[in-house]
Design a protein. Structure first.
Length: 164
């Protein structure tokens, strides 16, 4: 299986080159800081950067519902990406891999956040990606996560997109 883990994350608020444990420490502190409702969202975006090469950005957004949010993003460039379909599947796979990693780490921190975690995919009813909606949403839901598409997939369409 191809490794879809991201080694380092960046944050406008908390700095750059954070590993996943640093990110989790910040998220843990942020969640424990205020008794509020939270949503944790993972989403990816990509762009072609050469022939059969794509730059992927994967975002983690921690939304304190009604009271703002913090976010982190990681990035990777990968060769061998030949089609839009392949890029979209890679985006979803990066998001799924990171979401599963977060769930595993949250359990270690005794933060049962399974129901708060959702995945946002950068596909929608308008444009070329509309033919992929059933497949990609089915893949995400089949992996046990709630899935949102455009225009509701802000972690992919807005946050990750900002850094591609």
């Amino acid at each position: 299986m191809v490794d879809h883990q991201i080694d380092k994350f960046n944050s406008i608020t908390f700095g750059n080159n954070l590993d996943i444990d640093n990110v989790l420490a910040v998220v843990d502190g942020y969640i424990r800081q205020e008794n509020s409702a939270y949503k944790i969202t993972v989403g990816s975006d990509s762009e072609l950067v050469g022939e059969k090469k794509a730059h992927f950005v994967i975002a983690i957004v921690v939304h304190r519902v009604g009271h703002g949010a913090i976010y982190f993003w990681g990035e990777v460039t990968k060769s061998g990406i030949g089609s839009l379909r392949q890029r979209i599947y890679e985006e979803a796979t990066y998001s799924l891999s990171l979401a599963q990693c977060l769930l595993d780490k949250f359990k270690d921190l005794n933060l049962p956040l399974e129901k708060l975690l959702e995945i946002h995919v950068d596909i929608g009813e308008i444009g070329e990606t509309r033919v992929l909606i059933n497949e990609v949403v089915g893949m995400v839901r089949g992996s046990g996560f709630t899935c949102y598409t455009k225009p509701f997939s802000f972690a992919a369409s807005n946050v990750a997109d900002r850094h591609t």
